[in-house]
Unconditional design. Structure first.
Length: 153
């Protein structure tokens, strides 16, 4: 996951290099009189890597625009918090200052996508970023109307 502008620039450069390498590799394989299917099979790992890198770049660009996906489960809150920081335009250093922790701490946390974060800590980050957060339950806990009526009495 791309987390900083420097990582973003490096990823863009890497993507351009991968495009050029892929084109050269394709030309070399075609010169070997391989069928189109054989060429594609040989290039599949490179294409897969390039597509993954392109997806990471696109995700970072969406985050910078503030286009954060809906948080569907608490497992993905770490990625969402990183996206919120990116959307806010804050560096790791700025978030660290607001939280009163070291840049290294924030960097480690983000590298691990805040794995195992507590609710209290997530709330501190949301507060620091000035993000209001609303949790909405889609599936009712009780399965039917009769169970709800019984529970209400």
């Amino acid at each position: 996951m791309i987390r900083t502008d420097a990582e973003y620039r490096n990823a863009q450069e890497k993507l351009q290099q991968e495009r050029e390498t892929l084109q050269r590799q394709r030309e070399q394989l075609e010169e070997m009189d391989l069928s189109e299917e054989e060429v594609e099979r040989a290039l599949e790992p490179m294409i897969s890597f390039r597509n993954g890198l392109r997806e990471e770049i696109e995700t970072y660009e969406r985050m910078r625009r503030g286009d954060l996906s809906v948080l569907r489960d608490l497992q993905s809150i770490g990625r969402w918090l990183i996206g919120a920081r990116i959307a806010k335009g804050w560096s790791l250093s700025r978030l660290a200052d607001e939280l009163g922790v070291s840049v290294q701490q924030v960097s480690r946390d983000e590298q691990n996508e805040y794995h195992g974060i507590t609710a209290r800590r997530a709330q501190r980050i949301l507060d620091a970023l000035g993000v209001r957060f609303r949790l909405e339950v889609e599936e009712p806990i009780l399965e039917d109307e009769e169970s709800r009526e019984t529970a209400a009495t």
